[in-house]
Ligand binder design. Sequence first.
Ligand SMILES: CC(C)(COP(=O)(O)OP(=O)(O)OC[C@H]1O[C@@H](n2cnc3c(N)ncnc32)[C@H](O)[C@@H]1OP(=O)(O)O)[C@@H](O)C(=O)NCCC(=O)NCCS
Length: 198
Amino acid sequence: MLPEEYQKARVLPPHLRKQPAPEAPFSYVIRDAKSSDLPDIREIYNHYVLNSVVTFDEKAMTLREWKGKFAHLTKHGYPILVAETPSGQVIGYALVQPWRQKSAFRYTVENSIYLRAASTGKGLGRDLLGALVDRCQEAGYREMIAVIADSGAEASIKLHEEYGFKEVGRMGRVGFKFGRSIGTVTLQRSMKKASKKA
Ligand SMILES: CC(C)(COP(=O)(O)OP(=O)(O)OC[C@H]1O[C@@H](n2cnc3c(N)ncnc32)[C@H](O)[C@@H]1OP(=O)(O)O)[C@@H](O)C(=O)NCCC(=O)NCCS
């Protein structure tokens, strides 16, 4: 008979067993983006470029392209926000850019919001969108537009609707990615205060 067959395996009582490390709370601060955040922003965005239809870009953006976009947007005062964990990881960003180039559209902005895949579904999108709306109100913008893919972006549509955006139009088959046609849903929200949903 082998020792393990007659010796009972010893099990430590629960209070002496090693406890698993507690899960770190999901915490972050939202702040203005810096140029040093661009590699993280690029990585977050390119994940969706290469793996989803939530963006109509098909080619990964280069750091040089992000630097150019960042310089242009910050020069003209468009807010770009990031969410950063206590350990310094950028886990999401939100920005606005001009809705159209023609000057009479100057008070209208189009938003863009992307989270690291592991940081979705925990309320961060709501906080980032809220902070972005606040910043755009302070900056004097009047209308915010979101153009969202009509399939595969349900969380984004829901998030915007919960934040008071209203659907103002749909376009079918205007995009083509991964071998299939994709349409867009356009949502709009006034930047006037007090229209935020409770
Ligand atoms: C879209 C995004 C910013 C939303 O932020 P988030 O913090 O993940 O938001 P949540 O996952 O809490 O979802 C918001 C709402 O959508 C709902 N939702 C999530 N996935 C859904 C799905 N597949 N179908 C329907 N509703 C969905 C959630 O239940 C939640 O509703 P609730 O508040 O009633 O529970 C984030 O998921 C993201 O970065 N996604 C990938 C990139 C992207 O799509 N960006 C937007 C491009 S337009």
